[in-house]
Write a protein that binds this ligand. Structure first.
Ligand code: FRU
Length: 640
């Protein structure tokens, strides 16, 4: 076992959002306020489901913050949304800043009932409090009753909540975000019949070609039965008055947001200023069919890029289109053009550029409707991913069957989307990251998102004509830089592991262990003083972290432990507790733990305040270490 260096995971995306460690799924509580985009999300730390939290000023570089919400005595914190209560309708505002209000689903400990809870923040989302009167909406016995999307409906002068309820959505209204009344529902026989509905979203967008017209878009994720297999997202176009959603397509029309296998639980940001005017969506790039089978190590789960949504009039009706946000171009580094040319059957063009993350755009014109145009992302390990267009079948496809690890249970590796050429032209934009590919065809009219796990992410682009005569009108590749800040190893003196996973994350050195885990320096010390910052990362029923000393690195010696559960600081010699002092420890708060050992006497300080002194009769010196028990904790800024 070795200490894991910063981002050693070979599949760590360079520009798609991931948590540094543990498991993420749905994005939650997406909110914009005063220059900051908040991204919260399902954050599963040892089966305790939190809302993880990150903020960004540009939708590309994310700063990871401590989890916003942790599970409590009512239940686990499942998906939901957040709003800014500008007019303090909830009465929860305490300071000058407007209060942020989050509505989330409690998956209750008792009987797994689902109810809606409320939490609020009066400090720009840095700390959150749960509402004393939780839950604010109960299911009345319904089994699936979750994932509230809340927004302010100007025309109704009220808050609206959309909830996913098995095969339909329900609408609720409120004046104060605290009490809710049922106002209507939609679904049950509309769209794809397969799968349980989850994570709804509802918003209004203008139709690009008709500036005076707008439509409401109702997006729902369906848990199983999507075109590529497993989970996926469908949407409806229509009108909404606060109680009724009127679908303007026939009930059997199923419209899909993404035809790849890895785009789920996508929701949009609340609170973007009118002057920006964009509707931005991010999704969990994954599939419930194989979430737990993915080959990543330190982290599980990643998000799509943030996409700008728009509506376009097509001969079939008004349809949703998606483009990656323009901010992404800030990561472009080296560029290479593919010069315009004619490609006949069997011919190909290749970029010289190889990169771990790439963006590629092209425009092509086929001379007739036969054959295929195929882009191959060829990896340095010899595997390849194909993205192509079949001119006769009018289909865009992604084939990941040769792109490394795939073949996950119950799904295929070839995914197709129906797409028509526009004015006889094929337009494609592809974003390729270490373990994710997003394909936007026809200016975002057809989209496919797929995870890929090649043995090495470095790739170049080849454009092949498969039995077609093609004119390449434009082509450009750009390598993309990482969106992660640089980091040096934290506390490099600690190298010897005794159980647990120890990894360099942005905040410091993170230890994570189901039982008792430790990491030690190589040097034996006798009298010493040592200080380190300790932050508990995850809520659990039992949880301790601290400093280990005077042992052989194999389990012996003494431990000074911060015990969040018992709310005390304890000193142990092996399993035997020598001393415990009560102390009210908080989650998500950094504590400076300092120890001084002189002539077999230990003095313990917390946040520079002396707590107690005890004698250690059997102390003979030994290795110095850090330890975690039944939790994840981060250590920083050690001084010896
Ligand atoms: C969707 C979902 C939600 C639920 C959450 C639990 O992926 O199943 O319906 O709130 O995940 O993590």
């Amino acid at each position: 076992m070795k200490r894991k260096p910063y981002f050693q995971d070979p599949y760590r995306p360079l520009f798609h959002y991931t948590a540094q460690s543990h498991v993420i799924n749905d994005p939650n509580g997406l909110l914009y306020y005063d220059g900051e985009y908040h991204l919260m999300h399902q954050y599963n730390i040892h089966n305790h489901i939190h809302w993880g939290h990150a903020v960004s000023r540009d939708l590309i570089h994310w700063e990871h913050l401590p989890p916003a919400l942790e599970p409590d005595t009512i239940g686990q914190i499942w998906s939901g949304s957040a709003v800014i209560d500008w007019n303090n309708t909830s009465g929860l505002q305490t300071g000058k800043e407007p209060v942020f209000v989050a509505l989330f689903t409690y998956n209750e400990h008792v009987d797994s009932q689902q109810s809606q809870g409320l939490a609020y923040s009066n400090d720009r989302g840095r700390t959150w409090r749960k509402y004393w009167g939780n839950p604010v909406l109960t299911s009345g016995g319904k089994k699936d009753f979750r994932d509230p999307k809340v927004f302010w409906l100007e025309s109704g002068a009220c808050w609206v909540m959309v909830l996913a309820c098995f095969d339909h959505v329900e609408f609720y209204q409120s004046e104060n975000l605290l009490t809710w009344r049922y106002s209507g529902e939609f679904g049950g026989g509309e769209g794809s019949p397969a799968g349980v509905w989850e994570c709804p979203d509802l918003f209004c967008l203008p139709v690009a070609e008709k500036p005076d017209e707008s439509r409401w878009v109702l997006a729902v994720s369906v848990n199983d039965g999507a075109p590529a297999g497993g989970t996926g997202m469908q949407y409806f176009i229509g009108r909404f008055d606060g109680s009724r959603f009127e679908n303007e397509n026939s009930p059997e029309t199923a419209l899909w947001l993404d035809y790849g296998q890895d785009f789920y639980a996508g929701v949009t940001w609340n609170g973007l200023p009118g002057a920006d005017g964009r509707r931005l969506m991010i999704a969990w790039a994954d599939n419930w069919r194989y979430r737990d089978a993915l080959p990543t190590q330190l982290f599980k789960g990643q998000f799509s890029t943030v996409r700008e949504l728009s509506l376009r009039q097509t001969p079939e009706g008004v349809r949703l289109c998606q483009r990656p946000v323009r901010e992404l171009s800030a990561l472009e580094d080296q560029r290479e053009k593919m010069e315009p040319c004619r490609l006949s059957a069997g011919q190909c063009r290749k970029t010289a550029l190889y990169a771990g993350a790439l963006s590629f755009r092209c425009r092509l014109r086929p001379e007739d409707r036969k054959g295929r145009a195929e882009l191959r992302f060829v990896y340095s390990g010899g595997e390849w991913l194909s993205i192509g267009y079949d001119f006769a079948g009018e289909r865009l496809y992604v084939d990941r069957t040769h792109a490394g690890i795939n073949g996950f249970p119950g799904v295929t590796g070839i995914h197709t989307a129906p797409m028509k050429l526009e004015k006889g032209e094929l337009e494609l934009q592809v974003l390729a990251d270490t373990s994710q590919i997003e394909v936007f065809g026809g200016r975002g009219a057809a989209v496919l998102t797929d995870l890929v796990f090649p043995s090495s992410p470095d790739c170049r682009v080849e454009l092949h004509s498969e039995d077609a005569d093609l004119l390449l009108l434009e082509g450009e590749a750009a390598s993309l830089r990482t969106a992660w800040p640089e980091k040096r190893a934290c506390l490099p003196q600690f190298t010897q592991l005794l159980d647990g996973s120890w990894a360099d994350v942005l905040e410091g050195l993170e230890g994570d262990c189901g039982g008792l885990g430790g990491i030690f320096t190589e040097e034996i010390v006798e009298d010493f003083s040592f200080s380190v910052n300790v932050t508990l990362k995850a809520y659990r029923e039992r949880q301790c972290a601290g400093v280990w000393f005077g042992g052989d690195g194999q389990g012996g010696g003494f431990r000074v432990m911060l015990d969040w559960n018992q709310k005390q600081i304890s000193v142990y010699q092996r399993k035997h507790r020598l001393k415990a002092q009560r102390f009210s420890l908080n989650l998500n708060r950094k504590y400076r733990l300092s120890l001084a050992v002189r002539e077999k006497r230990l003095t313990v300080f917390l946040d520079e305040v002396e707590l107690f002194v005890i004698s250690l009769e059997d102390y003979r010196g030994g290795l110095l270490g850090l330890c975690v028990e039944n939790t994840a904790a981060v250590f920083q800024e050690a001084s010896f």
